[in-house]
Design a protein around this ligand. Structure first.
Ligand SMILES: [Fe+2]
Length: 273
């Protein structure tokens, strides 16, 4: 199936003063700092020598929400929860993708669902199993890290990684991430330079960084809804906390509980705390 082009969103004009907000927020959350006090964000990683790269979208002066892109034909729900899509025998150039997820006021967003899928080294998608598919959640600092390989080239497309990002209780952002310096970036009608990762070689591997900005309003989180002991037939809301099997769990997505959806069996719905 072909992956068609999609209209590109308009970028809004730059607005000042985001940087100070961001730095204050990061310092408050205890994120690691580089020497000199600059936050250790994806944008601090520079491209390899000689490369002139457009800036990736980061949470700074004039930042925009990360633009959406088409899902494409190969998304599959219910991917495994894992931060590594590879094992020792996986062919391909090792790639890590790391970064942060921010809200529009530059505050890091924890517990954001990030569901990645991509082609294998030959440019093929696994549509029968879950190879090169996996989801994870940002940590308390809004950070994520994925271990994978550099995807092969899918016919007609430039090199890319698909991702869905969803803050708890908010709409899903579906988009794609791109690699700088790819010859097909200039001919792929879907390509958006705002979605370029920063990529640098580390030995034979690659390290990529990208910071997402989700258009999620920053309202004080409501008190967790009452939970108690998990049971069926309950309309659990995000943030609800329950006990099951001697452990505590936090609800990640609102749902009506059903037999078989016990917290240990439904990692997309419940996170052990
Ligand atoms: Fe694709």
């Amino acid at each position: 199936m072909a992956e068609d082009s999609t209209p590109r969103p308009q970028r809004r004009p730059a607005t000042p003063s985001r940087k100070s907000v961001l730095r204050g927020a990061l310092l408050a959350t205890g994120l690691p700092l580089f020497l000199g006090g600059a936050p250790a964000l994806a944008r601090n990683l520079r491209p390899s020598a000689g490369e002139q790269l457009p800036l990736t979208p980061y949470c700074d002066d004039g930042d925009d929400p990360t633009p959406p892109q088409m899902e494409g034909p190969y998304f599959k729900p219910n991917s495994p929860r894992r931060s590594s899509l590879i094992d020792a025998g996986t062919p391909g150039t090792r790639l890590t993708i790391s970064g942060y997820v921010f809200g529009p006021t530059c505050r890091p967003l924890p517990n954001v669902l990030l569901d990645f899928w991509q082609a294998d080294v030959n440019g093929a998608y696994d549509n029968t199993g879950y190879r090169f598919r996996g989801h994870q959640y940002t940590d308390e600092q809004g950070a994520f890290k994925l271990a994978t390989i550099v995807p092969g080239l899918y016919p007609g497309r430039t090199r890319h990684v698909h991702v869905k990002a969803q803050a708890p209780g908010h709409p899903v952002l579906t988009t794609q991430l791109y690699f700088p310096g790819e010859p097909r970036n200039s001919t792929d009608t879907i390509f958006d330079p705002a979605l370029l990762m920063t990529v640098r070689p580390v030995g034979a591997a690659r390290e990529a960084t990208f910071d997402f900005v989700l258009n999620v309003p920053h309202t004080p989180p409501p008190s967790p809804p009452p939970g108690g002991t998990w049971r069926t037939g309950v309309d659990y809301r995000p943030g609800a906390r329950v006990e099951y099997g001697g452990f505590s769990y936090e609800c990640l997505q609102g749902h009506l509980s059903q037999p078989g959806w016990e917290p240990p069996n439904a990692p997309a719905l419940w996170r052990r705390i």
